[in-house]
Design a protein around this ligand. Structure first.
Ligand code: NAD
Length: 478
């Protein structure tokens, strides 16, 4: 079951692969077994200074590299990731826990993103403004400058690709700090770039104490762009650090996605689309369908059918073919989810399915369905980031919209109704960066992905995701 060798872990700075050696190490744990997979070297301050120097120097060369060469390297990277998707997927499952099929699918999506960003980089057109004869004003787009990026553990391949692909496609050098929980997947993505011919220094990968690394990198005037995916409190903290050097920011923070199910929804289709999605990656997804507001006429039937589907899920090691939900990614998650579920139960929520930690060496929690959850339960207000679906009934569409918009988050939302006018109205009134209407997903490589309010600002994917790594320049000429 665990035949893929777990690779050696390293920092990659200015083209040099730096193994553990004399540096302090961090254990990387298999969340399905609790076993130690490897030891990750922690970057020293001198390592980070070297990464900054390399990024500054390489930025000048990479932005001056002919577009055809850059596009060729990124497309070759996509091809190599595709070729290696089975192996990269197995590594991702071992260090993060998700079912292998999901990990391979994520890896292929990451490959597609490299290809799409490479192609889109040919189309960062500027414009010429109307001026009197003999005069000219033109707007062009340039690489923003060296990037510092921080990617979390929930999508070990895709989160890192969402930083590397657009930053490099836009012509920037980058320093990425992936999550310390999932370093080998991130290193495999970087290795594909290196094997495709990326010049040394265009991309560095560092690991360490997250606060020390971000403090050091964002304290440097070399960094011109911060791209962060993670929690709201850490995101707000990094925005304050970025302010000192007026560093531009893209912040992809948490969510608490509402799902509005109306009486006239196609119930079976809705269940097919949304029930698996709510427990994908054990609910550790910023766009996870979380707060289900279901209209009174179908509430009991919907909750019962949803609970039955969830009770049939198979929780286990992601490398096991039969597994439909793996462990949580680190020991903090079952603790936090357990605390929130207990609080909801104590405040009157009804357990329809699950509700408990699963004993064992791994970090498992039962897929959980809670109904009639009171608004004052912590879990109705803080992101569970775990395998929990919350159900509440509503009577009128306006009540549902009010509840959907009640929280300070505004990332994803989901609406199920067969009434087209209602679908349009709700999609217009819901406060979110992305709305899925009779659809199970809000993510596509060509579509902007991001939130409003506390869920962050700036966008990933799509043309907007590339432009996020560029700055405009206007030249006025008389
Ligand atoms: P956390 O806040 O400790 O860590 C989240 C991520 O941020 C990790 O990758 C971590 O390495 C990084 N991080 C933490 N402190 C940092 C710092 N000072 N500088 C730079 N990076 C830093 O939380 P966690 O327990 O790992 O995850 C739980 C919470 O994180 C969830 O509740 C969720 O809100 C959020 N999260 C969000 C996403 C997302 O896709 N938006 C992904 C993972 C985690």
């Amino acid at each position: 079951m665990t035949d893929t060798a777990y690779p050696d872990l390293a920092l990659v700075i200015d083209g040099e692969v730096i193994g553990a050696g004399a540096r302090d190490g961090i254990d990387v744990i298999d969340p399905a077994t609790g076993d130690t997979l490897g030891v990750l070297p922690k970057a020293t301050r001198a390592d980070l200074d070297r990464a900054l120097d390399a990024a500054q120097r390489s930025h000048r060369d990479w932005r001056a590299t002919p577009l055809d060469t850059r596009v060729g390297i990124l497309k070759k990277t996509a091809a190599l990731i595709r070729e290696r998707a089975q192996d990269i997927g197995r590594i991702a499952t071992r260090e993060q826990g998700k079912p292998l099929k999901e990990a391979i699918g994520e890896t292929l999506y990451a490959a597609n993103l490299f290809e799409w960003m490479a192609e889109e980089s040919r189309r960062t057109y500027g414009r010429v403004l109307v001026r009197p004869p003999g005069q000219l004003a033109r707007v062009t787009y340039e690489p923003v400058g060296p990037v510092a990026a921080f990617a979390p553990w929930n999508f070990p391949a895709l989160n890192v690709a969402r930083k590397l692909a657009p930053a490099l496609a836009a012509g920037n050098a980058i320093i990425v700090k992936p999550a310390e929980e999932t370093p080998a997947t991130a290193l495999a993505i970087l290795q594909a770039l290196i094997d495709a011919g990326l010049p040394a220094g265009a991309a560095q990968m560092v690991f360490g104490d997250p606060a020390e690394v971000s403090g050091h990198l964002l304290g440097s005037p070399i960094i011109r762009k911060l791209s962060f995916t993670g929690s709201v409190p850490v995101g707000k903290h990094l925005m304050k650090l970025a302010a000192d050097h007026a560093i531009r920011t893209t912040m992809e923070l948490g969510g608490h996605a509402p799902v509005l199910v109306f009486d006239d929804a196609d119930i079976d289709r809705t269940l097919d689309l949304i029930a698996p999605n709510a427990f994908r990656n054990s609910g550790q997804v910023c766009v996870s369908p979380t707060r289900f507001y279901v209209q009174s006429g179908v509430y009991d039937r919907f909750v019962k059918a949803f609970g039955e589907r969830v009770a049939a899920m198979k929780v286990g090691n992601g490398l096991d073919d039969a597994t439909t939900m793996g462990p949580l990614a680190n020991p903090r998650r079952p603790e936090a989810v357990g605390r929130m579920v207990d609080d909801a139960k104590a405040k009157g929520a009804r357990v329809v399915s699950g509700g408990e930690r699963i004993d064992g060496p791994g970090m498992f929690f039962q897929p959980t369905v809670l109904a009639d959850v009171p608004i004052e339960a912590d879990i109705m207000n803080d992101e569970p980031f775990g395998p929990v679906a919350l159900f509440c009934p509503f009577d009128t569409p306006d009540q549902a919209i009010e509840q959907a918009n009640r929280l300070p988050f505004g990332l994803a939302s989901y609406v199920f109704t067969e009434n087209g006018r209602q679908a349009n109205r709700v999609a217009d009134l819901i406060e979110a960066g992305m709305v899925a209407v009779n659809h199970g997903s809000v993510s596509a490589i060509d579509a902007p992905f991001g939130g409003i309010k506390d869920s962050g600002h700036g966008l990933e994917d799509g043309a907007e995701g590339l432009k996020a790594f560029m700055v405009s320049k206007t030249v006025h000429q008389a």
